[in-house]
Ligand binder design. Structure first.
Ligand code: PLP
Length: 369
């Protein structure tokens, strides 16, 4: 057996001809930066997200950084986010000179716990970055309510959650802005780096379009009115992503079907399967379980040719670079505990049901031996 955590080669094999045609069109067309493909993808992703504007940028991290910058968040400001996520969710805050403030997560959904967010608000708080972790939307009603009460911005980190839904509405349309990553392993991934911001705010849209091109003036190319970035989505990646976007709903559904099968097969085992809140549509960017003796299980599956991954081994408030923030051991106990227990099983559209069964059997045999 040799089952990878994700099989991008199998996916490419299915869309090879379409992708190559799209790439050829860009190469023949001669527009390689901010051309028609980027523009069309921006419109398509905005529509897909039930938002008005889409702004393509270099990657998901830049999407977050540019958004914070465009909203005027900087030194002296605090931004609340999750400690149980990829580093970039907090890094973006530090990058603009503000201070990340970590609030603990919910033990079932692994998303920011709104009650804990409330406890962290000070008169310096400017924004909240809820992360729709592993593909399940955060508690957006509660978070938007807190933001209204305290006049805060909400920036959705939707890098793992494109196409997921909260109470029947797609993520990306709740906050003042939402950020996507098109890193190859994401549910909608390019063949290189890429990212996008979606928003309903016209003035934010304009600022972001300027910031991604050195803060250039809207009127003229060599006139600048902000210190910006060089962070654009490639025309080639946009053409590839437009092909893939057509399959996204189908792929997300396939992930949900694999997840449902795992849920069923792992029901009577010591493993804690993902909790999917009834009012949300989880798209299983990662199928995350909690496992007794996690490291033993990882080793056991590895010997059987089954790849797994640990998301995330270290909570962000305990990262070396944040030691000056002085979050002690036990300060955010839920996130800390999850970091010792969670791991990902292979879950992707091309994974066969037969392989899901074999993986589930291997998990069971580990606990029976
Ligand atoms: C992938 C990811 C990012 C960063 O995206 P890049 O495109 O790799 O810069 C940010 N936040 C979360 C939650 C992610 O999963």
């Amino acid at each position: 057996m040799n089952i990878p955590l994700l099989d991008l080669k199998a996916q490419y094999a299915k869309i090879r001809e379409e992708v190559r045609r799209a790439v050829d069109e860009v190469l023949d067309g001669g527009r390689y930066i901010l051309g028609p493909e980027v523009k069309k993808l921006e419109e398509e992703v905005a529509t897909f997200s039930q938002a008005k504007y889409g702004i393509g940028v270099g990657n998901g991290t830049d999407a977050l950084v540019l958004t914070l910058d465009a909203l005027g968040i900087g030194p002296g400001d605090e931004v609340i986010t999750s400690p149980f996520t990829f580093f970039a969710s907090a890094e973006c805050i530090s990058r603009v000179g503000a201070t990340p403030v970590f609030a603990d997560v919910d033990p079932k959904t692994y998303n920011l716990d709104p009650a804990k967010v409330r406890e962290k608000i000070t008169d310096r708080t400017k924004a909240i970055i809820p992360v729709h972790i592993f593909g399940q939307p955060a508690d957006m009603d509660e978070i938007m309510e807190i933001a209204r009460e305290h006049d805060l911005y909400v920036i959705e980190d939707a890098c793992q959650a494109i196409g997921s839904e909260y109470k029947g509405r797609r993520v990306g349309s709740f906050g003042h802005a939402a950020c996507y990553s098109f890193f190859p392993t994401k549910n909608l991934g390019g063949y290189g780096d890429g990212g996008m911001i979606v928003t309903n705010d016209e003035s934010l849209d304009r600022k972001l379009r300027s910031l991604r091109v050195h803060g250039k003036s809207e009127k003229s190319k060599y006139y600048n009115n902000a210190i910006g970035y060089n962070s654009r989505l490639d025309e080639l990646q946009a053409a590839i992503l437009r092909v893939k976007l057509r399959y996204l709903n189908e792929w997300n559904e396939a992930r949900r079907q694999k997840a449902a099968l795992y849920d069923e097969l792992l029901k009577d085992t010591p493993v804690v399967t993902p909790f999917a809140a009834e009012d949300r549509k989880h798209i299983y960017h990662l199928y995350i379980i909690q496992a007794e003796n996690r490291d033993g299980l990882i080793q056991y599956l590895k010997e059987k040719g089954i790849a797994t991954g640990v998301y995330y081994p270290v909570p962000l408030h305990h990262q070396e670079v944040y030691k000056d923030l002085e979050y002690g051991k036990g300060s955010l106990p839920v996130a800390e505990e999850l970091c010792t227990r969670t791991m990902a099983l292979p879950c992707y559209p091309e994974l066969s049901d037969e392989n899901v069964r074999m993986i589930a059997d291997a998990v069971k045999s580990f606990y029976n031996s």
